[in-house]
Design a protein. Sequence first.
Lengths: 251, 205
Amino acid sequence: MLTKRIIPCLDVDNGRVVKGKKFHNIQDVSDPVQLAKMYSEAGADELVFYDITASNEERDIFINIVEKTAYEVYIPFTVGGGIRSVDDFNKVLRAGADKVSVNSAAVKNPHIITEAALKFGNQCVVLSIDAKKVGINWHVFINGGRVDTGLDAIEWAIRGEQLGAGELVLNSIDADGVKEGYDIELNRMIAEKVNIPIIASGGAGKKEDFLDVFKNGKVDAALAASVFHFGEIDILELKKYLKDHDIPMRV
Amino acid sequence: MLKFMISIIDYGAGNLKSVSKALEKLGMNAVITSSFKEINKSKAMILPGVGSFGDCMNSLKSKDLDQCIIENVQNGKYLLGICLGLQLLYEKSYEEGVWAGLGLLKGEVLKFDPSNKIPHMGWNNLTKGKEDILSHNIEDGEYVYFVHSYYAKPENIEDVVFWTEYGVKVPAVVREKNIIGMQFHPEKSGPTGFKLLKNFGELIK
């Protein structure tokens, strides 16, 4: 039986892992390659690396980290952040990434999803959506959660699948860093409308939050950062807990 | 380091480094190549695959690598197809049209029924089929990492070493003499993936 996935996320800035709170107050955590290796040995099902650097110089450091990770870690990993062209896809895939996630660039130029899917296969194109509730709907935000595009998040998710995305990451800006649980409603509404895997992101604070998003959010995977980085939740213990509560897990 | 060399066939598809690094970690000597000379002198071949069936077949054909692979297999050389590489071993695929494959194994490649999420992505467990050196040290129920939207329907189901289940029974590992396929990514499947690659190393020794 296909299992649900637990995915630690590593935000990388200038060669180090950081974790912000609501996209602010950035704190240093650890060496990305060591942390990735540790998570993989602890039972993580996949990893995500987000490049949050700005300069080209730092971009090279990031690519170097991807290469080193590919040599040390033998589970799949996704790379995102700063992906603007099909050429960017190519660079990180060649560095050893298995999947590439695209966010703002896809909103500005949706065709990038189709182009990348045709060239590398749907399975390596991950559409990452930053969503925030505005009134009764969720809007798609870009540029690190700063700009409201006015796009409806559910419609954008459906369109993303049609354009060729093989997987969706749903980041709830409201829930991110607050540790009060995932946005169940957002995840469930999109999960019911698309036929590709969904990764819930933002809001994990305790084991019960993961159980809730798998059971009621109907997602395929749950992503989290600080609860793992700061050792608040042990991955293996979490997976055992979920398995005991009838969530299919690789333990 | 084992003395013999494995050629990982490079026809412009995706991430070949992960496979070669995994083999390297296991003490096997691999080279990423599209040279007939290197492939001919290697002890075994690995056929990776990323992208679509038609694109892969076209790329192989444009470099005459399809003939090179077939001739080497006919001469008894081991061939391991990984992911789409497994699918390419069969006669025919229905991915975005109808495509002829390498035809080394009898059977065809079909799309998953959309009642399941497509792609079949993530960790799924193995169920034993026939006994084989490839399944040495691997228990029923161990997990490996799959990413695919199409699956092989072999004519000879007795060639299946491991199955998995995703709405239908999916061959995960197949072997007919010197022709081997793995539908998942052994190089991305943690310790179980390494055991399978190690068994492949033992087989071709």
